[in-house]
Design a protein around this ligand. Structure first.
Ligand SMILES: NC(=O)NC(NC(N)=O)C(=O)[O-]
Length: 392
């Protein structure tokens, strides 16, 4: 899954792209302040939907743009905005998407961060309460007043690639891997950016959880992440860790149609499709745990739900995690993985619930692998259970 930017003198490792976007409006990310948004508001930066271009659309201020766009500066200084992350976490890298900003793109950016609330996640953001806001009025005033040198530099000033090179995605690794609550995005001196993503991992304080505290160990707000997958062509598998039910197909994991499906399909006597291939995604759970309840949701996937799914689980250390996603996956060569949920027929547009009577494992696990046959879409997966210590 390692990907590199081509044609750059210094290549930027973009392994962080599979992590969760902590700034996205869908997880509660907010723009608190922007120096200017004459042509288009900074709130657009945090939208989950990909940017669009409407060639004939103009506002009273100028060309309608799907992003943040400031006016051409005729006074000293540069433009910047402050973003409150929806969920505080360790930031690994950022993506600056300049799609459709041709001739009005910001030429340079830098990115700074601050940790302004030393509170733990459960207090900070009660489960399911997306409107719960961390910052008191005083904290908001304080963050707006902070001088530039009071912020920690995550990405020093960098050029954005001009749009005519058709490289609208600019990736930057973050230098300081600590927990942050706020980001300051600087553009030099002015201009437009379509979307801004802050990729990272949520750090929940598990010392506050007892062994009988039921939790969802897949949930992004608890610290679950996707670490590898076979296909993400139509929707990234990290989406299935998201809050609430999926808003659309785009908000789920969707693979391409597998080309190795036979030309005429057949099923066995249980109605299970007979096909050679499958797709998979591996997730690192928020904490070592035992799983007692599972939900697999195919909401929005009506003509493209998988025929069956199964779940495997195991304990992986850091090296084993890397090996399992870089090697060409083969069940027989991979004895670490054990069944958690056996092959199960799925239905379209439906929540599927499984309890302890169906699950095949009571061991402590750190990772799960969702396998779908032959291909298709899953919108959410929840793995409920209890936190446990790992036996070393
Ligand atoms: N045609 C433009 O895009 N002009 C201006 N921008 C908008 N959005 O109108 C500008 O000067 O940057």
């Amino acid at each position: 899954m390692a990907a590199h930017l081509k044609g750059e003198k210094t290549q930027v490792l973009t392994d962080f792209l599979h992590l969760n976007d902590l700034a996205c409006e869908a997880v509660g990310g907010k723009v608190l302040f922007a120096t200017d948004d004459f042509f288009a508001p900074a709130e657009n930066l945090l939208k989950k939907k990909s940017p669009v271009f409407k060639p004939d659309e103009f506002t009273d201020y100028g060309k309608w743009m799907d992003g943040w766009e400031t006016r051409r500066k005729r006074i000293p200084g540069h433009d910047w905005c402050i973003i409150q992350l929806g969920v505080p976490g360790i930031v690994h890298g950022c993506e600056v998407n300049t799609s459709f900003f041709a001739g009005n793109c910001a030429p340079r950016i830098s990115i700074q961060a601050a940790c302004l609330m030393q509170v733990d996640l459960p207090e900070f953001w009660p489960r399911g309460d997306r409107t719960g806001t961390a910052a008191s009025d005083e904290e908001l005033k304080a963050v707006k007043k902070m001088k530039s040198d009071e912020w920690t530099l995550l990405v020093p000033m960098k050029e954005l690639k001009p749009r005519y090179l058709d490289t609208s995605h600019n990736y930057f690794s973050a230098s300081c891997k600590r927990k942050w609550t706020h980001i300051r995005l600087n553009i030099y001196p002015d201009g437009g950016i379509a979307r801004f993503k802050v990729y990272g991992v949520v750090q929940k304080d598990w010392s506050a959880s007892g062994p009988n505290d039921l939790d969802d160990f897949m949930a992004m707000e608890n610290g679950g992440i996707c670490v590898g997958f076979s296909s993400a062509q139509l929707g990234h598998p990290r989406n299935i860790l998201g809050l609430g039910r999926a808003t659309s197909m785009e908000d789920g994991w969707e693979t391409a149609r597998r080309p190795d499906r036979p030309p005429v399909l057949k099923v066995d006597d249980k109605g299970i499709l007979l096909v050679p291939g499958s797709e998979w995604a591996v997730f690192r759970l928020a904490h070592p745990c035992v799983i007692t309840h599972i939900e697999i949701d195919t909401y929005h996937f009506k003509g493209n739900f998988p025929d069956t799914c199964k779940l495997e689980a195991c304990v992986l250390n850091t090296q084993e995690e890397k090996d399992c996603i870089t090697q060409k996956w083969n069940l027989k060569q991979d004895p670490k993985w054990n069944p958690l949920l056996s092959v199960t027929k799925l239905k379209p547009n439906k929540r599927h619930f499984f309890d302890g009577t169906t699950l095949q494992m009571e061991d402590v696990i750190t990772h799960v692998r969702l396998i779908i046959v032959p291909d298709g879409g899953v919108s959410r997966m929840r793995l409920w259970g209890f936190p446990r210590a790992l036996n070393k």
